[in-house]
Write a protein that binds this ligand. Structure first.
Ligand code: IPM
Ligand code: MN
Length: 346
């Protein structure tokens, strides 16, 4: 279609600044006849302090009708830990059934990895996004006593595992190396782990050209540092995926470069694109934040909407900029955004 109806949730801290640059690049890369109708929603700490609400039903209903959501960052030290994370970010992921949480890690030329100049890093983590220990299925007993007990029960459904595993196999099949690694902890978490393993093996039969592998999550962290080239596509549960994608970002040049997509593959609900980084309140409002992750999230958004050519141009602009960064001095958030917008405009 000739227009993109985009919901924008800048959120907290540096979310505001980086999203502005993402939108700048989006506007610059699209042909003049493609309109981006953006509707901005002021969700996060400000709304919470003003009204006590994190995600009003009316906003959720409006978001539902958009083509996609671009999100900055959620979380603020003035709000108790978990309120915004659960009440806003995870609520969006769950409400819109974002079961494929896509997190690519690619070391771009010119970017320094802590693993050294020869590191080969080009993989994508398919993190399950709606189940596992994130469901909020737990509770406390004897709260405040010496005998307090807290549980967080990991929820794993055959339906939920199969759909994300199948998605990951398809992604692996579409890549040159065609390799998929299941990451879990099936030597300890035997109930969930065996269900994941069984389903993984069953789905593998439908993708005979995809090479499969299994790693316990602890071993996966070792290989990610010692042999990152062994990974192509990884599929894993929500919490393991959260942890290993921070590690993946760190080895691939830092959290300032890591983009993500919270995908609802059926298109029943809008998918949501966001940098992996948080709201970084310590540097908020100072123009110090790197907007690259937000801009790469815009590339993922374009790709999801079928605008592959524009997605490739945004990525190319980022890679060209990254390749030159070492030779450039320090730049502000908006200077980086300007440079990327100029590149995509050609
Ligand atoms: C992320 C974040 C979130 C998560 C938090 C803020 C809820 O760490 O997007 O990786 O755990 O998924
Ligand atoms: Mn995280």
């Amino acid at each position: 279609s000739r227009s993109i109806r985009l919901a924008v949730v800048p959120g907290d801290g540096i979310g505001q600044e980086v999203v502005a640059e993402g939108l700048k690049v989006l506007g610059a890369v699209l042909p003049a006849d493609v309109k981006v109708e953006t509707t901005e929603y002021d969700l996060g700490a400000r709304l919470y302090h003003r009204t006590g609400e994190t995600l009003p039903d009316s906003v959720l209903a409006e978001l539902r009708d958009r083509d996609a959501i671009l999100l900055g960052a959620i979380g603020d030290p003035s709000v108790p830990s978990g309120v915004l994370e659960r009440g806003l970010l995870l609520k969006l992921r769950f409400a819109f059934d974002h079961h494929v949480n896509l997190r690519p890690a690619r070391l771009a030329p010119g970017v320094v990895s802590p693993l050294g100049p020869d590191a080969k890093i080009d993989f994508v983590v398919v993190r399950e996004g709606t189940e596992g220990p994130y469901t909020g299925n737990g509770g406390s007993l004897r709260t405040g006593t010496e005998h307090e007990v807290a549980t967080e029960v990991s929820v794993n459904t055959a339906f939920g595992i199969e759909r994300v595993v199948r998605d990951a196999f398809a992604r692996a099949q579409a890549r040159p190396r065609k390799k998929l690694t299941l990451v879990h902890k099936n030597n300890v978490l035997v109930h969930a782990g065996h269900l994941w393993t069984r389903i993984f093996q069953a789905v593998a039969a439908d993708f005979p050209d995809v090479t499969t592998d299994y790693l316990h999550v602890d071993a996966a962290t070792i290989f990610m540092v010692t042999q990152p080239e062994r990974f192509d596509v990884i599929v894993t549960d929500n919490l393991f995926g959260d942890i290993i994608t921070d590690l993946a970002a760190a080895i691939a040049g830092g959290i300032g470069l890591a983009a993500s997509g919270n995908i609802n593959p059926s298109g029943e609900f809008p998918s949501m694109f966001e940098p992996v980084h948080g709201s970084a309140p310590d540097i908020a409002g100072q123009g110090k934040a790197d907007p690259t992750a937000a801009v790469l999230s815009v590339a993922m958004l374009l790709e999801h909407l079928g605008r592959t050519e524009e997605a490739r141009r945004v990525e190319a602009a980022v890679y060209a900029d990254l390749a030159e960064r070492a030779t450039l001095g320090a730049r502000t958030t908006s200077q980086i955004g300007d440079a990327l917008a100029a590149r995509v405009a050609g």
